[in-house]
Design a protein around this ligand. Sequence first.
Ligand code: CA
Length: 275
Amino acid sequence: MLQPQRTGNPEQLSTGNRTTRGQTDNGFVIQSDPDRPDNGIGKLRRKLVRLLVVEDEAKAADFLLRGLGEHGYAVDVARDGREGLAFAQAGDHSLVLLDVMLPGLDGFQLVAALRRQGKRTPVLMLTAREQVDDRVRGLRAGADDYLVKPFAFSELLARIEALLRRAAGQAVAQTVLDVANLSLDLEQRRASRDGHRIELSAKEFKLLKLLMRRRGHVLSRAVLAEQVWGMSFDSDSNVVEVSVRRLRAKIDDPFSPKLLHNVRGMGYVLEDRSP
Ligand code: CA
């Protein structure tokens, strides 16, 4: 899995030059100056709230990096759309600031891909274009809000805070898990795929819930045996394999894209691998 490269030298990063990028090797750089004096609140926030900025223009990225850093946020920067998607998928960001016009993959495509994979990280789109079409397109693709450049930094901060508050509320209330067109309602104990209702046994429900909650993570047979059946793993038993096969026949075989994958010698992972 991709891991962000980190460095504590914002001066070096802010130049956006090739040397710096060469050193980090993936163009993914972190602002954050641990030595900068700060009040307690800023320190607390920086620990808790990590934002991802996807912006190809060095000046704009630098502006966001510095400004948000000064307000106590930890900021990762991706310089093009593909990097941005990879980091948004891999990272634990509380929010994504997404430029629309990007090389590789534009902002609309990026947010749509993220949502297809079931990632619900709030996305605030930054668009230089004022056409209503673009805003509507962004929101339809799965963005949560947009801001037209040039914007006042105070407005950006206010919108970030509003989205973070909203996300915190939803995280508590979220009772439906989604991965691509597979949906699991935890309250109604009901699964559906592409709008078709799927009947699951109690164990299958539990198994699917675990796989969906840990989407993108490989779960070993031992972990599944323990968490779904409450038993220590017995390598002679094939209860996990049999149940996974049954579950797959219900939720995956008649549908696409395929979501439940075997990882040889390791276990199982539920994720959308379609491009
Ligand atoms: Ca751009």
